[in-house]
Ligand binder design. Structure first.
Ligand code: NAD
Ligand code: 6OD
Length: 486
């Protein structure tokens, strides 16, 4: 039995508009469920078009106010303070994130909340160091560019890394002088609700940060709103496509971080212990609910048996269960709906000719909650739905390969192109293969190693544009070129 005892009380969530928490005009609400226990955590205001209108109006008004005109150092200091306050409230935020998502508490603390704070600290530094282009055209003219805010930006986010991903957008948006309307996932509303208060406590003026809670239709009211200038979205590829359509009539600037079905490629000369240790994380961290997880594992045939023996053995040692237990490595999936989706893929495995080497079912001995055993599948062909579609759970397929040509053909035979990992000690091969993988990010002999200055994002159907450092800053600012005739 799960004994989830929160030292922090879960919270009811209201919208945050012009510096105040407010309920929906309609009075509508929905329940927020703890996926680890199936208990109701709290009540969430269900916003609609009316709340979106109010939030956009507030953001529009604040755009004309002091925010965008503040001296850079002052705005930077506010960003730094937001990061500091996130760290001060780390235990509380980590607890709320775990209650909402079902992920292990240690993971919320060490990955989600730490990174949320760092997103602000990073952009607080970045924004005061960044310059623009200047050209001296002989004795004819001097041209220089200035940066301006884009305007009102809609920030729409998924449930897997709620605060990490929201702050990855909010920090550069604020750094650029924009005002925002945030829409957290309806499945994980709590940390964004606290974040709004933290922004205010750090000195962000009322109306700069607004938030509406609700489902996809309300997200659509943001993406089609004529007074929203840009949309930064992370979520499913099909949702990205719907947003692009909705945003087209008003020609909004768009940034998309979408789905992935990432390859993890293991050559025979790799350090197998290192491979297995990292592959455990790249397969099952956050219950496999990370867009960067390597869910398609390709192993050179000569080491397939040795790799599988070690990988299965280590996978079976992973503790699945209570997210509050510090020994837990795999917590609960985020919701009943998502659990059913992952289960539906597991049911397909025997029909598609696959074999479970371990896992393949609900985790045993847990009466309540949405737990699935870490699952390793072999024997599936390249056209299997489990190999082609994003499952977004603790489920990986392992496929052998013989030649580089055959490997690359399979690796690139997907409309996704987010990330890849590549394991080999042959540097020439690493460079050769990495350059041919159709993915926005390729890790060699590692995974999930990030530097916020680097471009983050996917190609093909995995995204549009890049986040990180200059890339984020370019998205959240407009360049205006000024020419002085000499
Ligand atoms: P989702 O697309 O269902 O929902 C994401 C957000 O969009 C939610 O807030 C939702 O309410 C909102 N939304 C839904 N329909 C909408 C519409 N028509 N218009 C506007 N907003 C709408 O995604 P999810 O299930 O919450 O998250 C999982 C997905 O996110 C996976 O595909 C995963 O790969 C992807 N993801 C990608 C990255 C990345 O960086 N590339 C990071 C994390 C997650
Ligand atoms: O921004 C990051 O560093 C990061 N690791 C993001 C992961 C997103 C995928 O769900």
């Amino acid at each position: 039995m799960i004994t989830t005892e929160a030292k922090v009380k879960p919270i009811d969530c209201q919208h945050y508009i012009e510096g105040r928490y407010i309920p929906s005009k309609s009075g509508k609400t929905f329940e927020n469920i703890n996926p680890a226990t199936e208990e109701v955590l709290g009540i969430v205001a269900e916003g609609g078009k009316e709340e979106v209108d109010l939030a956009v109006q507030a953001a529009r008004k604040a755009l004309k106010g002091e925010w965008g005109k503040l001296p850079l150092r002052k705005r930077s200091a506010i960003l730094r303070k937001i990061g500091d306050l996130i760290l001060e409230r780390k235990d509380e935020l980590a607890m709320l994130e775990t209650l909402d998502t079902g992920k292990p508490l240690w993971l919320s603390k060490n990955v989600d909340i730490d990174r949320a704070a760092y997103n602000f600290h990073f952009f607080a530094d970045y924004m005061i160091s960044v310059g623009t282009e200047t050209y001296h055209q002989d004795d004819i003219a001097i041209h220089y560019a200035v940066r301006r805010p884009v305007g009102v930006v809609g920030l729409i986010n998924p449930w897997n890394l709620p605060l990490l991903l929201m702050t990855r957008k909010l920090a550069p948006a604020l750094a650029g002088g924009n005002t925002v309307v945030m829409k957290p996932s309806e499945v994980t509303p709590m940390t964004a609700t606290v974040l709004a208060q933290i922004c205010s406590d750090a000195g962000v003026p009322d109306g700069v940060v607004n938030m509406v809670h609700s489902f996809g239709e309300t997200g659509a009211a943001i993406t089609s709103h004529p007074d929203v200038d840009a949309i930064a979205f992370t979520g499913e590829t099909v949702t990205g496509s719907a947003i692009m359509k909705a945003a087209a009539p008003t020609l909004k600037k768009l940034s998309f971080e979408l789905g992935g079905k990432n390859p993890n490629i293991i050559f025979a000369d790799a350090d197998l212990d290192d491979v297995v240790e990292t592959t455990l994380r790249s397969s099952f961290m956050n219950q496999g609910e990370v867009c960067l997880c390597g869910s398609r594992i390709y192993v050179e045939r000569t080491i397939m048996d040795e790799f599988l023996e070690k990988f299965v053995n280590e996978t079976e040692k992973l503790t699945v269960g209570d997210p509050m237990n510090p020994n837990t490595k795999v917590g609960a999936l985020v919701s009943e709906e998502h659990y059913r989706k992952v289960q539906s893929y597991l049911e397909l495995v025997p029909q598609e000719g696959g074999k479970f080497l371990t896992g393949g079912k609900q985790a045993q001995g847990l009466e309540k909650g949405y737990y699935i055993e870490p699952t390793i599948i072999t024997g599936l062909g390249k056209d299997s739905r489990c190999v082609r579609e994003e499952i977004f759970g603790p489920v990986v397929t392992v496929i052998p390969f013989d030649t580089e040509e055959e490997l690359l053909e399979q690796v690139n035979d997907t409309h996704y192109g987010l990330s890849a990992s590549l394991w080999t000690t042959n540097i020439k091969r690493a460079h050769r293969i990495a350059g041919q993988i159709e993915a926005g990010m390729v890790w060699i002999n590692t995974w999930f190693l990030r530097d916020l200055r680097t471009p983050f994002g996917g190609m093909k159907h995995s995204g549009l544009g890049r986040e990180g450092g200059a890339h984020s800053f370019d998205f959240y600012t407009e360049l205006s070129n000024i020419t002085i005739k000499l």
